[in-house]
Design a protein around this ligand. Structure first.
Ligand code: G3P
Length: 220
């Protein structure tokens, strides 16, 4: 399972990239606004230089022609750009054109299995179902992931990777992994939560204390 970080914060991306566990980055207009950066293209360029894997950069227009023009601009930033388009007729039209030309595309704002089927038919590299936002309105985000994984696994010509988005807690990540989802894009705070367990802290403190009692050091 691949881990992407869902942020446009350069300090967080650098810090998490150093763990060696990061496979990519996803951004969206809200995350860019939150980052406070005023030059979107420069920001994305910087992110692509930190992480080798796919970096999702989202179009701003909602109509087909301007969206396609923006998509071409974004695709030129670096080889590891995945252009992010909304799951709308215009977005899927742009998706098909880009993927036919070898550009990675992340189809975002997916909230149903029917939409995920359309994204796969449009040749999307990734489809992003938003689990947290579905949970927020009383629907099961993880049930949607199970449905999409099962549908995609039934068709060898569906190459689209399931990118679990709107992840809010470690259990979303674990459940997604159990279902065989390809990728989870995770906020920095939740990635850090994944490391933690009180028994790890307790056990480590005990080992450190007991090692001290031996009076030894490991030669380095
Ligand atoms: O990047 C898309 C998605 O992960 C957004 O998450 O928390 O704003 O619903 P959230």
């Amino acid at each position: 399972m691949k881990f992407f970080v869902d942020t446009a914060d350069l300090a967080d991306i650098r810090d998490l990239a150093e763990t060696g566990l990061l496979d990519g980055v996803t951004t969206n207009p809200s995350l860019v606004a939150k980052s406070g950066h005023s030059n979107f293209i420069e920001l994305i360029k910087e992110i692509t230089s930190i992480v080798d894997g796919p970096v999702s950069a989202e179009v701003a227009s909602t109509e087909f022609e301007p969206m396609l023009a923006e998509a071409h601009t974004l695709a030129k930033i670096a080889d590891n750009i995945a252009v992010k388009v909304p799951l709308t007729p215009a977005g899927l039209k742009v998706c098909k054109i880009l993927t036919d030309n070898g550009t990675m595309v992340n189809v975002t704002l997916c909230f149903s299995a029917a939409q995920a089927i359309l994204a796969a038919k449009a040749g999307a590299t990734f489809v992003s179902p938003f689990v947290g936002r579905l949970d927020d309105v009383g629907q099961s985000g993880m049930e949607l992931i199970a449905d999409i994984c099962s549908i995609y696994n039934s068709y060898v010509n569906f190459k689209t990777e399931v990118l679990v988005a709107s992840v809010r807690n470690p259990m979303h990540v674990v459940e997604a992994a159990k279902m065989g989802a390809d990728v989870a894009t995770i906020p920095p705070s939740v990635i850090r939560q994944l490391f933690g367990h009180p028994l790890t802290d307790k056990g480590l403190a005990q080992f450190v204390a007991d090692w001290k009692k031996t009076g030894q050091t490991i030669p380095v």
